[in-house]
Design a protein around this ligand. Structure first.
Ligand SMILES: [Fe+2]
Length: 313
């Protein structure tokens, strides 16, 4: 089944553009793409943009852009959605130009998340350049990264019918972890290219539509350097450094100025559909990814002295 090929871009509507520019460019190491009438764009590779940041009250994800291979593939996908009763709207030339794509159609997922299905996301006029990174961001056939969305009480069968049955995602794996007696985190991870997942869904309570967006870097030192930049800037952390057991991502989680998070990672697993087996894992983290409050408490307890016991004289 021809479906989407990659998560091409996201649109965030944010309350404070200056904070977001500082967060994206200075802390994460992205490149400012261009200033628009209501915000700016951010680049992580040769493409014109990967994040489109606009000013507004949502402080949340407002559009996810998924690329398909061709106009014919987009026609087939739109036809499949229409036949299933999903309203499909042609985006028009003005919106396509703003998104820097050849063509665009709009649909909405069962949680109410607006989606743009696109062809031909354009390259920028200049090569990608980051003043902060030693290496580069991992994109290419794996797309811009991955995002975790909240299922907002929608049944898994209903959103899988849309994402798996219509958009063509494949299930990577599931994680069900008992966080406390009778309290479970339950996530499902979906891929549409070799990246372990481009989108995942969880039913945890969360005020936003998105829990986090993951950007991956080629050089493990860039995870540490981004960690330092965020810490030095006092940007609130969501989780400490750690690793996931399913996609093997070595990462930390830092909060965006809008309250949801960015996962900054290295070393993500790639999937070969010919041999991949879907499994259910019982833990979200192989190690680390602890709440920052825990570290704060532990460090706060450590003795602040240059003297070892018994070395006073
Ligand atoms: Fe993630």
């Amino acid at each position: 089944m021809t479906g989407v090929q990659e998560l091409a871009y996201v649109v965030y509507q944010v309350g404070d553009l200056a904070d977001w520019e500082h967060f994206g460019v200075t802390l994460l190491g992205m490149q400012l793409g261009e200033r628009t009438a209501d915000g700016f764009t951010l680049r992580t590779d040769e493409k014109a943009h990967r994040w489109i940041v606009t000013e507004g009250p949502a402080d949340d994800l407002v559009v996810s852009g998924y690329q398909v291979a061709s106009g014919e593939a987009l026609d087939a996908l739109a036809g499949r959605l229409t036949a299933a009763g999903v309203p499909v709207t042609e985006g028009g030339a003005e919106l396509a130009a703003a998104r820097r794509v050849e063509r665009l159609v709009q649909v909405t997922d069962p949680m109410g998340n607006p989606i743009e299905l696109v062809t031909g996301l354009a390259d920028a006029a200049t090569p990608f350049r980051s003043d902060a990174l030693l290496g580069s961001f991992v994109t290419g056939t794996g797309g811009a990264g991955h995002q975790v969305l909240l299922s907002k009480g929608v049944e898994r069968a209903e959103y899988l019918a849309f994402y798996e049955g219509l958009l063509g995602f494949r299930i990577s794996d599931l994680i069900v972890e008992e966080l406390a007696p009778g309290v479970h985190a339950d996530l499902i991870f979906l891929h549409c290219n070799p990246r372990h997942h481009s989108v995942a869904f969880g039913d945890m309570p969360h005020p936003k539509r998105t829990h986090h967006f993951m950007v991956e870097v080629t050089d493990i030192r860039d995870v540490g350097r981004a960690h330092d930049r965020c810490m030095d800037a006092g940007q609130p952390f969501e989780m400490t450094l750690g690793m996931h057991p399913n996609d093997h991502m070595f990462s930390f989680y830092v909060r965006t100025p809008s309250g949801f998070s960015v996962e900054y990672g290295w070393g993500g697993l790639l999937i070969d559909d010919a041999t991949w087996q879907v499994t259910t894992l019982d833990r979200l983290h192989s190690w680390g990814h602890r709440p920052p409050e825990l570290v704060h408490e532990l460090l706060g307890r450590a003795p602040r002295t240059n003297h070892l016991p018994g070395s006073e004289h």
